[in-house]
Write a protein that binds this ligand. Sequence first.
Ligand code: UT7
Length: 357
Amino acid sequence: MNLSKSTKEPLCQLPEVVIVGTGTYLPSKILTNYDLEKMVDTTDQWITERTGIKERRIANEKETPSEMGAEAALIALQNAGLTPEDLDLIIVATTTPDTIFPSTACYIQQKIGARTIPAFDIQAACSGFIYAFVLASHIVSTGSARYILVVGAEKLSTIIDWTDRNTCVLFGDGAGAAIIAAGKDKNKRLSFNIGADGSHWQTLYIPAGGSKLPLTPQNINHKLHYLHMVGKKVFKLAIDSMEQSLLRCLKNAGRSLEDIACIIPHQANLRIIEALSQRLHIPSEKFFVNMEKYGNTSSACIPIALHEAIISNRIKDGDIIVLVSFGAGITWGSVLFEYKTKKMESLKKEEIALIGQ
Ligand code: UT7
């Protein structure tokens, strides 16, 4: 698989960003592999060996993506020493929005008590958080916003066929959030690579529920409102796309794999990460993995893992880190940046013309 059909390859440089705070929300209900043994024809051994997942979280009725995203956002704000008033923009990555419209970002804006700042969702499936991160980085670098809240929030348990052992063992619910501000050093060479190849849309999708095939009793009877996946094909596309995206990201930044302190990959399957590690000759310790606890939470995987890597001191100030993902679409994305935590005290409200003001 070749990521780009174009011969013109833009040099995708990422403006310097500071992650001023992160947070997560994970439902308290744990569904273990042993629980799944009682639901479908599977075993803890099969799931562990084929995926690396041991358990996942399942949201209750009240735990919608906006509810979980708002909780994660409030923790991120607290960690940043900021209040909701300080935010200038909210971007939410989700494949399981509370409603088709309005956006989950609008619900989160209301729930956390932010000002009437712009708020919108991004749909790039599991690559959504990386797409949102790249977008937010560019917006803060223009000075149009000081602090942007980027959230990945998912309730995948609602789009899973719980009688299908091929898919139901893989996914979980949860949310992660990061608050992003502009860095000061404009000369740092940091990079991103994002892309999509729509020709593979049928490998992972939900057939019904959109305007193409609205929900009808018949479509529901045929289970067309659930996630459909060609697992083996997705597996291969995942390794190819993450490998190539990561290599392009490094090339764009003029960095080598030795420069990277930590890689935070999409948490879909441990065997995908092991394959990446082998192909690129990267020691497996460089990958941050937490899928054994949460499974695949789609666009929430990366911000949840990022937060856990920060609070466990797996990544430290000044480390070069890479986030890398792939998802339905298919989409892929990676960002390479220097992890910086410092708060941007020097940015005064009146210094810049903010979005919508
Ligand atoms: O964010 C992106 C989301 N999706 C992914 O990342 C998925 C990528 N794909 C994968 O992770 C893997 O393809 C799976 C974990 C989904 C499947 O693993 P696999 O090694 O590709 O297994 P398979 O589909 O080839 O199935 C092998 C066997 C089959 O039985 P037969 O036909 O050989 O008798 C399946 O029916 O394993 C069976 N099987 C299971 N057995 C026990 C499939 N699911 C299960 C299960 N428990 N849960």
